[in-house]
Design a protein around this ligand. Structure first.
Ligand SMILES: N[C@@H](CCC(=O)N[C@@H](CS)C(=O)NCC(=O)O)C(=O)O
Length: 212
């Protein structure tokens, strides 16, 4: 059997890449990393070479035997469909919707508001920087973490992870977002359930070897 050739265009601090690194680890897939440094020389994501792969100039991009995939949620879904076990989504239809909903709270409604290009735009075009930028950053994390903490507190399906005792896409989005929150000195301790899930996940090899 020929070996699958997998290349992850990655930046170690990117939380969207972190999601995909954990997904690849859970699936037990070997892959090569190609660093796309988002900071040096104005950001390597803007290079003509990289923009051909990913015209949005965002990481991650995953190449699998020449197939080019972008958008971390789409990549995780692809991996979950192509490599069934261990699964990143539960079997049950309504449970799958629940997990996707938690993942999207982070990936669709939090992370895009605090992304590097948003912060750079605020700084360069709107002259919002320093503590004002931090206020913005914290505000959007708070909105989502409040909602997630509440949901998980009232959800009987919660276990060691957001759903049950094994990591799903919800955890793959939450743990990197907690990493970002800590980086920007957001008071995560106000969210005991999220932190408990984080502690559990960070004890697992699949997260440890993916962490920034
Ligand atoms: N929705 C995209 C978001 C990707 C994204 O925003 N990546 C960030 C790093 S976490 C990035 O490449 N930022 C570069 C920039 O803002 O210029 C995904 O989930 O893959």
């Amino acid at each position: 059997m020929t070996k699958t050739n997998i290349i992850l265009h990655d930046y170690h601090r990117s939380s969207a890449c972190y999601r995909v690194r954990v997904a690849l680890n859970i699936k037990g897939l070997d892959y090569q990393k190609r660093e796309v440094n988002l900071v040096t020389d104005g950001g390597k994501q803007h290079s003509p070479f990289y923009r051909k792969l990913n015209p949005q100039a965002l990481v991650p991009t995953l190449e699998i035997d020449g197939l080019v995939l972008t958008q971390s949620l789409a990549i995780m879904e692809y991996l979950d469909e192509a490599y069934k076990r261990p699964a990143l989504l539960p079997e049950d239809l309504s449970a799958r919707a629940k997990v996707r909903s938690m993942a999207q709270i982070i990936a669709c409604d939090t992370h895009p508001l605090n992304n590097l290009r948003v912060l750079q735009y605020m700084q360069q075009h709107l002259h919002v920087l320093g503590s004002l930028q931090r206020t913005w950053y914290h505000y959007w994390i708070e909105k989502s973490f409040d909602a997630l903490e509440y949901r998980l507190e009232h959800d009987d399906d919660r276990g060691l992870c957001c759903y049950g005792d094994t990591p799903t896409m919800a955890d793959l989005c939450l743990i990197p977002q907690l990493y970002n929150a800590r980086r920007y000195e957001f008071p995560v301790d106000e969210y005991p359930i999220l932190v408990e899930i984080e502690q559990h996940c960070l004890g697992l090899d699949v997260f440890q070897s993916a962490s920034p």
